[in-house]
Design a binder for this molecule. Structure first.
Ligand SMILES: Cc1cc2nc3c(=O)[nH]c(=O)nc-3n(C[C@H](O)[C@H](O)[C@H](O)COP(=O)(O)OP(=O)(O)OC[C@H]3O[C@@H](n4cnc5c(N)ncnc54)[C@H](O)[C@@H]3O)c2cc1C
Ligand SMILES: NC(=O)c1ccc[n+]([C@@H]2O[C@H](COP(=O)([O-])OP(=O)(O)OC[C@H]3O[C@@H](n4cnc5c(N)ncnc54)[C@H](OP(=O)(O)O)[C@@H]3O)[C@@H](O)[C@H]2O)c1
Length: 247
C-alpha cells in the first residue's frame, strides 16, 4: 500500500488568529469516529507529518481537521497558510483506538476535551452510535477564552437533535462568561460543580469517561477519577475511562 495519497484542500476556515479548520478531499480507507489521520507537507526536501483527529463523521466524504498553530511548530503554521486547491499529503490508513468500540456500555458517556480536542467528539456525536448506546451524553469543551469555543452552530444543532440525551457544558478558564463553568475540568469534578451542572454523577456504576487533549488536563482528570475508584479501560480489563493525549 502507498504510504501517502495526495489530498486537495477544499477550504481553510479561520476561527481566530490561531485556530483553523481544514477540509480536504482525499481517497483514504474508512475510519471510525475518534480515530486520527496524518497530514504531511514537504518542507526543505523532507516530509513532515503529524496526526490530526477527524472532525467529520465517517460517512461524510470531505475530511475535516481542527487545529491550532503552535509557536515554532513546523507543520501547523504551514497548514494555516493553505488555500483551496493546494495539495497536502494524507496517510491512507486511519489510526487510533480512541473510539466508542473500545468503550464499554454505561448509562452516561462523559466526553471531556480541551482546546482542539473537541474534534473526535464531534465526529462521534455526528454518528448514531452514542445515541443508541448511552442514555445520556455529557460533552465538555474547555478553552482559555470565550472566542475559542469553535463549532458553536454544530454543537447547538446536536443539542437540538438530541435534546433528551445531550448535555453540553462549556468551560472558559480565563474569562468569566455566563453559561459556562469558570476554571478547569478536574477542579470542577472534585468540587462537584460539573456534576451539579449536568444533573448526573460520575461514578463506577453509571459512567464511562473519554478524556482528550492537553496531557496535563488528561493526567489531572484521570487522577480525580482514580480517586473515585475508577480505572482506565485496557485490552485486558474493562474499566471506566479512556484517554487520548495530543502531545
Ligand atoms: C493522537 C494525536 C491527535 C492529534 N490531533 C490533533 C488535532 O486534531 N488538532 C491539533 O491541532 N493537533 C492535534 N495533534 C497535535 C498535532 O499532531 C501537532 O503536534 C500540532 O498540529 C503541532 O504541529 P507542529 O508541527 O506545528 O508542532 P509540533 O512540533 O508537533 O508541536 C510543538 C508543541 O506544540 C504543542 N502542541 C501540539 N499540538 C497542540 C495542540 N493541538 N494544542 C495545544 N498545543 C499543542 C506541544 O507542546 C508540542 O510539543 C494531535 C496529536 C496527537 C498525538
Ligand atoms: N489560547 C491562547 O490564547 C494561546 C496564546 C498563546 C499561546 N498558546 C499556546 O497554544 C497552545 C494551545 O493552547 P490552547 O489554549 O488551545 O490549549 P490549552 O493550553 O491546553 O488550554 C485549553 C484549556 O485546558 C485547560 N488546562 C490546561 N492545563 C490543564 C490541567 N492541568 N488541568 C485541567 N485543565 C487544564 C486550560 O486552563 P488554564 O487556562 O487554566 O490553563 C484551558 O481551559 C499551548 O501550547 C499554548 O502555549 C495559546
Amino acid at each position: 500500500m502507498q504510504k501517502w495519497v495526495q489530498g486537495r484542500v477544499v477550504e481553510l476556515h479561520c476561527w481566530t488568529d490561531r485556530l483553523y479548520s481544514i477540509r480536504v478531499e482525499a481517497e483514504i480507507e474508512p475510519f471510525e469516529a475518534g480515530q486520527l489521520g496524518r497530514l504531511a507537507l514537504d518542507i526543505d526536501g523532507k516530509r513532515h507529518s503529524r496526526p490530526y483527529s477527524f472532525v467529520n463523521a465517517p460517512h461524510e466524504p470531505i475530511l475535516e481537521f481542527y487545529f491550532i498553530t503552535v509557536p515554532d511548530g513546523p507543520l501547523s503554521a504551514r497548514l494555516a497558510r493553505m488555500k483551496a486547491g493546494d495539495c497536502v499529503w494524507v496517510a491512507p490508513r486511519p489510526a487510533g483506538v480512541f473510539t466508542l468500540s473500545h468503550v464499554p456500555d454505561a448509562s452516561t458517556l462523559w466526553l471531556l476535551s480541551t482546546g482542539t480536542a473537541l474534534g473526535p467528539f464531534l465526529s462521534m456525536m455526528n454518528t448514531e452510535l452514542p445515541w443508541q448506546r448511552f442514555d445520556k451524553v455529557v460533552f465538555v469543551h474547555a478553552v482559555r477564552h470565550d472566542v475559542e469555543r469553535s463549532y458553536g452552530e454544530v454543537i447547538a444543532r446536536l443539542c437540538e437533535q438530541h435534546a433528551d440525551q445531550l448535555i453540553s457544558i462549556p468551560f472558559v478558564s480565563r474569562e468569566t462568561i455566563e453559561g459556562t463553568i469558570h476554571g478547569r475540568v478536574p477542579a470542577a469534578i472534585e468540587s462537584g460543580e460539573l456534576e451539579t451542572c449536568a444533573g448526573l454523577k460520575i461514578d463506577v456504576h453509571t459512567s464511562q469517561v473519554m478524556i482528550c487533549g492537553n496531557p496535563a488536563m488528561v493526567k489531572d482528570t484521570a487522577a480525580v477519577l482514580v480517586a473515585r475508584g475508577m480505572h482506565k479501560n485496557s485490552r485486558q480489563e474493562a474499566g471506566h475511562y479512556t484517554v487520548e493525549n495530543y502531545w
